[in-house]
Every structure is written in C-alpha cells, then in structure tokens.
Design a binder for this molecule. Structure first.
Ligand SMILES: [Fe+2]
Ligand SMILES: [Fe+2]
Length: 274
C-alpha cells in the first residue's frame, strides 16, 4: 500500500531578480514557479517537497531572502512543507540569514522531520570553498544515533552529492566519503536516498538502498564527446512514492526548448576546482 508521495526537485540555482550571471537569461526562479504550478495542476497531492541543493548560484543574503519567497509561494500553493538542503553553490552563512532568517553562521544545516510516518533526514554535504562534498563526523554521529530508532514508514535521506557513479562524469561528483555514509545507512530503515548535483536523472542501488539523483529544474547536463559536458535548457522533477516495500521514482519533464546553451571541458573544470 502506498504510504505517501513526495516531490523531489533539485539544483534550482536561483538568484534574486536582476542578478547578472551565466544563468540570468534562463529565468531560473520562473522555472521553479512553473514546477510548483505543474505539480499543483497535475493533482499529484504530495505530502511534502524536498529540494536537494544548489538552491542558489553563489547566493548572498538578498538571493536567499528571495529564494525563501519562491519556496514559500510553492509551499502555500501546494499546501505542504518544502524542505531544502545545501549544495556546493550554496553558502551557509547567507542561507541562514536570508532563508532561515536567523543569525549568520557556518553551522552545517541538517535535520529530521517525520511526515505521515515517513522520516525525512536532510544532510549538509556542502563544504565551504569546494566543489566536492562530504558529510562531517558530527552529522555522521547524529545520523547513526537518529537511525537507531526506526520510523513507522521508513526513512528518506536527502543530500546534494550523489552516492552513485554517473556515466561520463568524474568521480569527484560523488560524495567523497560515501563509504562512511553507506556504512551508517546500511541495515537501517532507510528506503531511499535523494540527491542532485549531476543535473541528470540517475537511479540505482548503493548498499542495497535505492539512490536517486534528479535532473535540475535550472538545466539538464549531459556528457558530450571529447570529455566535455554540455548544459541543456531543461526543467524537470521527480515524483517519489513510498510503499511498504520501498520507493518508486517517476520523472516528469516540463515542456521547454531543451537546447544546449553551454559546454565545458571536464578536465578544465576539475583543474579549476582544485
Ligand atoms: Fe547544480
Ligand atoms: Fe552541485
């Protein structure tokens, strides 16, 4: 029997209006509004929404305050909570100040919420100044302790960096300490791990647990010839259903041009990130 449905979207890369960057012309906040409207019109009736990071594109306090208004509008339209985690293009201090409306700090943002018996755990894999991601020892210890008590209908873990290899992408896209996280998750009530970062839909198992990376609402990514990576004007999200026996994932694509708009060399990107 289905316990509930939730929406997984990711990599919104939003900024406040009139910000100038490589994504300005794509109207990325408009894409997120379209996603919320699409969910509403399709009458999916999710129990919650989770956004797995890269909420902003190198956002400042104003960007996060604006992102909060977009998230709140979506939450009000669907009448459900919207949870978020941080990605490598996010920044903890302005997020805390602008989005959470609390004092700026570099404290990792992680939490556990139970919705209709399903526990959603959000983790902070983003590390200041780095492209790669890692779950720190404080969160691993907290997670181990939290998972000692199972939730009624299982647990979903949300983080930005995926645990699964993606064809054509270098290993630094993976969570750097996925072995450590996997060891904590294995044998617990975790039935799904949802991630982003790779801007590509990718589903598989890690340590026997279903792992999902969703495409971005901002753009899609694809490996191209000559070790290049291309970015495509694209927008989509996933509907995830939670059953007694596990989860199912349905990918939804919004209508759009789906045209390539940028291409870069993976080697150059890796060199830049070191
Ligand atoms: Fe991203
Ligand atoms: Fe990312």
């Amino acid at each position: 029997m289905e316990k509930l449905k939730f929406i997984h979207l990711t990599d919104t890369h939003m900024n406040a209006p009139h910000t100038e960057n490589m994504f300005s012309k794509l109207n990325l906040a408009e894409k997120v509004k379209s996603v919320f409207a699409h969910i509403h019109d399709s009458k999916v009736s999710p129990a919650f929404v989770v956004i797995t990071g890269d909420l902003s594109h190198e956002g400042n306090v104003q960007d996060y305050a604006y992102i909060r208004t977009i998230v709140d509008e979506g939450s009000a339209l669907l009448n459900v909570p919207v949870y978020v985690v941080l990605g490598n293009h996010d920044h903890r201090a302005p997020f805390r100040e602008g989005f959470l409306q609390e004092e700026a700090s570099e404290q990792p943002y992680f939490y556990s919420h139970t919705i209709q018996g399903v526990r959603l755990i959000g983790l902070n894999s983003q590390i200041k100044g780095h492209h790669h991601g890692e779950i720190d020892t404080e969160q691993l210890a907290w997670l181990e302790e939290t998972l000692r008590t199972p939730a009624e209908n299982g647990t979903i873990v949300a983080l930005h960096h995926p645990l699964l290899n993606i064809n054509g992408m270098p290993a630094d896209h993976l969570l750097a300490n996925r072995e450590q996280l996997g060891a904590v998750l294995e044998g617990t009530d975790v039935i799904g791990v949802v991630a982003g970062h790779v801007h590509t839909n990718n589903v598989g198992t890690y340590k026997g647990i279903c792992n999902v990376a969703a495409t971005g609402t901002a753009f899609g990514g694809e490996a191209a010839e000559d070790n290049q990576f291309k970015m495509v004007d694209f927008c989509g999200y996933n509907i995830i259903s939670v059953f007694e026996e596990g989860i199912t994932v349905q990918s939804v694509t919004l209508p759009g041009m789906q045209e390539e708009f940028f291409r870069f060399s993976l080697e150059a990107a890796a060199a830049h990130n070191e």
